[in-house]
Design a protein around this ligand. Structure first.
Ligand SMILES: C[S@@+](CC[C@H](N)C(=O)[O-])C[C@H]1O[C@@H](n2cnc3c(N)ncnc32)[C@H](O)[C@@H]1O
Length: 211
């Protein structure tokens, strides 16, 4: 990992910062996803967050909205993973598992049942275009049919919009766009897509991405 991701999380603590605003959008979309995604017959849902950081998006939302959610947070940095685990404990979320693991390695998902909702926030801007493509192509393997992905991507420094390519890739891989939030006065973009095509349940192999 090339960046200090513990330090990166500090921007969340500045009210009105871009990251704070992005968090509000991601939480809003997650609440919607938990209300509209498929669920198990008993009403429970599985959520996977790849590169989950401190889990600031997932944990408070499931604590407020649906404590029955089984959430798997995969985070490589042990400090951040520990913080996520502590927050889950503080919130009394017994169905949250935080794994300190490499989410870019296909083997990380070997024993993971397909999710109803998957978050890929703060991922696509930190990996190569080829890895973005590989990761989006792999998502139908990680989801139930109709499963929902929430993702983020920042606008480029030079005014480019890499999120447009990501939206196109989701369409190419059988997803329907549910929402795309792109405020004029902020660089963050948040997309939400539903898997409309077939889920592809089989083993993933190799590497999906490297930060
Ligand atoms: C931009 S932050 C996003 C964190 C969180 N998803 C959020 O939006 O608040 C990227 C996170 O990915 C983690 N990370 C980097 N490489 C990873 C990998 N191979 N597997 C799992 N996590 C990784 C970093 O430690 C960092 O917490």
């Amino acid at each position: 990992m090339s960046r200090d991701w513990v330090h990166w999380h500090q921007e969340y603590d500045t009210p009105g910062s871009s990251l704070d605003r992005r968090l509000e959008v991601v939480r809003r979309e997650l609440r919607k996803a938990l209300g509209t995604s498929p669920a198990e017959p008993d009403g429970t849902r599985r959520v996977i967050s790849i590169c989950a950081g401190e889990g600031r998006d997932v944990l408070p939302v499931i604590a407020e909205h649906d404590r029955r959610v089984h959430a798997l947070l995969i985070e490589l940095d042990p400090v951040l993973a520990r913080r996520a685990g502590e927050t889950a404990d503080d919130l009394g979320l017994s169905r949250v598992e935080v794994r300190t693991a490499d989410a870019g390695e296909a083997d990380a998902y070997l024993d993971v049942p397909p999710a109803h909702v998957l978050l890929a926030c703060g991922v696509f801007g930190n990996i190569s275009a080829a890895d973005v493509r590989r990761t989006i192509a792999a998502l139908p393997t990680l989801l139930v049919p109709g499963g929902i992905v929430i993702w983020t991507r920042a606008r480029g420094d030079n005014g480019t919009e890499p999120a447009q390519e990501i939206r196109a890739l989701f369409a190419e891989h059988g997803f329907t766009e549910l929402s795309f939030t792109a405020p004029d006065d902020a660089r963050f973009r948040v997309g939400m897509h539903r898997l409309a095509g077939a889920a592809r349940h089989g083993a993933l192999s190799g590497r999906l991405f490297t930060f």
